[in-house]
Design a protein around this ligand. Structure first.
Ligand SMILES: N[C@@H](CCC(=O)N[C@@H](CS)C(=O)NCC(=O)O)C(=O)O
Length: 234
């Protein structure tokens, strides 16, 4: 049976769950067919069978996984003959650190730059919930969080320095010569921004911009071909 993947449905069919993008890119990497199942952020009933309150939720026959990292681990374990996502135990260790760096540093620099824009990208029925939960987390209004972003985008530039340095040395992907899960993790942040916000995050001269373009080209432009804002340098 085809793998099923629950993700978020936003305004105008925007698919804005960054963690689901990690899982979708991982499934593409493995060459596995899957059915994306978009649902509202407030629809916890549909994923109650998985005892989940967030997406992605992946169902592969009898197997249910509810966390993007667990999905990556599972796919390498269950499909060892398909291209590896994590590259064995050393790769798994290093990729786990990239995963944490992404959630704790890249996301922290990027999220506030687009926080208010994401509200408009969310489905109309989810906006009240989205504003309430995000404002509780930030302890400020979304407008206040996003305000002054032109001056703060430099923080994102600085945060990305570790990957930029490698790209400058001629390494095309975070994982080396070919993309793998570490790339999908960091890319998911940019894909989230691209789907939700017109704000320019990267300049076209930035090697991170060129990497992002390479990521958008993968699997017959899979990630490029989604409802998003087309602004250069983002
Ligand atoms: N650690 C989880 C995080 C998943 C997550 O936070 N997903 C968001 C969407 S991107 C969500 O569904 N949030 C539910 C909510 O805020 O109610 C993972 O990596 O899968």
């Amino acid at each position: 049976m085809t793998i099923r993947l629950y993700e978020l449905l936003g305004d105008s069919d925007r698919r804005y769950s960054q963690f689901s993008w990690r899982a979708k890119m991982a499934l593409k990497h493995k060459g596995l067919e899957f059915e994306p199942l978009p649902l509202l952020l407030t629809d916890k009933e549909t994923i109650a069978f998985a005892d989940a309150k967030s997406v992605p939720v992946m169902v592969d026959d009898e197997v249910i996984k509810v966390d993007s990292w667990d999905i990556a681990l599972y796919l390498d374990e269950a499909y060892p003959d398909k291209p590896s996502l994590l590259g064995g135990s050393i790769g798994e260790g290093v990729t786990r650190i990239i995963n944490s760096w992404c959630d704790r540093a890249v996301n922290v620099a990027l999220g506030p730059l687009i926080a208010r824009d994401v509200l408009d990208a969310a489905h109309m029925q989810d906006r009240k919930y989205f504003r309430e939960t995000m404002e509780k987390m930030y302890k400020r209004t979304l407008e206040e969080v996003q305000d002054g972003r032109e001056d703060r985008v430099i923080n994102l530039y600085r945060t990305l320095d570790p990957i930029r340095t490698s790209f400058r040395k001629g390494q095309p992907f975070i994982s080396g010569d070919e993309p793998a899960y570490a790339d999908y993790v960091v890319f998911s942040q940019f894909q989230w921004a691209r789907v939700t916000s017109p704000f320019q995050l990267l300049s076209e001269e930035d090697p991170v911009y060129a990497w992002r373009e390479r990521m958008l080209d993968l699997y017959e432009q899979f990630a490029r071909d989604t409802v998003c804002y087309e602004v250069s340098g983002r």
